[in-house]
Design a protein around this ligand. Structure first.
Ligand SMILES: C[S@@+](CC[C@H](N)C(=O)[O-])C[C@H]1O[C@@H](n2cnc3c(N)ncnc32)[C@H](O)[C@@H]1O
Length: 297
C-alpha cells in the first residue's frame, strides 16, 4: 500500500528554506517531504535524506532531475546524524525534518511483522535486524514475563499487560512464537471479550510497544534531538512530526529545555495538526503533531 505523506506542506513550510539551504530529511520514507523540499532548492542547495530501512530508497525519483540540489541518500539511523554529516564533511545545516515511525508499505508488506495480520516473522526492526540487540521474536520467546508486561504498559499503556504477558509465556512453553499472526492470536485469546469488540484490534498496543522497544524509539529520539540541534546553523530550524504521546512528550520537553538556554526559540507554542481535509483523506494524520524549534544565536 502506498504511503501518504502527513503534514506535507506544513512541515516543509516550517523549515523556511532558501534555494541554497542545506537540509536533512532524517526519515526519507516514501520521499513525500523530500520531493517538496527539493523543489524549493536550487543547484546550490544540498538535500540529505536518511532512512534506517534501505528499501525506502528503492525507486526514488529525486536523483537525475535537471535542476536539482546536490542529493545524498544515506541508509543509517538518524541517531547517528553527527557521523552522517561528518562523512559528508558538513558541520552545520539550515534545516532538519523528522517524520517519525513507520511508512505504510513497511507496515502492510515489509516482511518484518509490524502488522498483526500477516504471517511474517516477528522482527519489527526498521533497519537490518542483525544490527539490533534484539527483535520482537526475542522479546516474546525469551524475556521474563514481568519485563514483557512492563514494556506493554510503559510503551503503550496496555491495561491488560499482565494477562497478555502471562499468555505469551504460557504459549511459548509448547511452541516457539514465530509469526505476527501467531502472536496476535495469543493476545486475542488472553484479553476479555469486550476488549475484542473495541475500536482497535486487541493486539494493536502490544505490537506498538514491541516496535518501540525493538527500535529503542524513545532513546533514539532523545539522541537525535540533541544531535540535530547541535548541528543547526544560526536561524536553522528543527521540525519533528510525532505520532503518539510518548514521542510528543519527549519533543515538547526537550524543546523546552533547550529553549531555556536562550540559544533556541520554540516556534510552535502549540503543535501544528492536520486540517479537516487531510484527516478525511488520510486517517493516520489524526495523531500527527508537528513541533518546530529555531536556533537563534
Ligand atoms: C513516516 S515515514 C517517513 C515518510 C516521509 N516523510 C515521506 O514523506 O514519505 C518514517 C520513515 O522513517 C524511518 N525511520 C524510523 N525510525 C528511524 C530511525 N531511527 N532512523 C532512520 N530512519 C528511521 C522508517 O524506516 C520510515 O521509512
Amino acid at each position: 500500500m502506498k504511503h501518504i505523506t502527513v503534514l506535507q506542506k506544513e512541515a516543509v513550510a516550517a523549515l523556511e528554506l532558501s534555494p541554497n539551504s542545506i537540509v536533512v530529511d532524517a526519515t526519507f520514507g516514501a520521499g513525500g517531504h523530500a520531493k517538496l523540499i527539493c523543489e524549493e532548492l536550487s543547484n546550490e542547495g544540498v538535500y540529505i535524506g536518511i532512512d534506517a530501512d534501505k528499501t525506502a530508497f528503492e525507486g526514488n525519483t529525486l536523483e537525475g532531475k535537471q535542476v536539482a540540489p546536490t542529493i545524498h541518500l544515506v541508509n543509517d539511523n538518524f541517531a547517528n546524524l553527527s557521523d552522517v554529516l561528518g562523512s559528508l564533511h558538513i558541520k552545520k545545516v539550515d534545516a532538519v525534518l523528522a517524520d517519525l515511525g513507520w511508512r505504510t508499505d513497511q507496515f502492510t508488506d515489509g516482511g518484518k511483522g509490524f502488522s498483526f495480520n500477516g504471517d511474517e516473522p516477528l522482527l519489527m526492526t526498521y533497519g537490518n535486524p542483525e544490527s539490533y540487540p534484539f527483535t520482537a521474536y526475542d522479546i516474546v520467546n525469551s524475556w521474563e514475563e514481568e519485563n514483557i508486561a512492563d514494556i506493554l504498559y510503559g510503551y503503550a499503556e496496555e491495561r491488560h499487560s499482565r494477562r497478555i504477558a502471562r499468555a505469551i509465556v504460557e504459549a511459548r512453553k509448547s511452541d516457539e512464537i514465530k509469526t505476527a499472526s501467531h502472536l496476535a492470536a495469543i493476545i486475542e485469546s488472553a484479553v476479555p471479550g469486550f476488549y475484542k469488540n473495541g475500536k482497535i484490534h486487541p493486539a494493536t498496543k502490544t505490537f506498538q510497544a514491541m516496535r518501540i522497544a525493538v527500535n529503542d524509539e524513545l532513546g533514539t529520539l532523545e539522541r537525535f534531538i540533541a544531535s540535530a540541534l547541535s548541528h543547526l546553523a544560526t536561524d536553522g530550524i528543527l521540525a519533528i512530526i510525532t505520532f503518539h504521546s510518548l514521542e510528543d512528550r519527549i519533543v515538547k520537553l526537550r524543546f523546552r529545555e533547550f529553549a531555556k538556554t536562550g540559544e533556541y526559540f520554540i516556534i510552535t507554542k502549540k503543535p501544528i495538526v492536520a486540517t479537516r481535509a487531510e484527516l478525511l483523506a488520510n486517517p493516520r494524520a489524526r495523531s500527527a503533531k508537528l513541533r518546530v524549534i529555531q536556533k537563534i544565536t
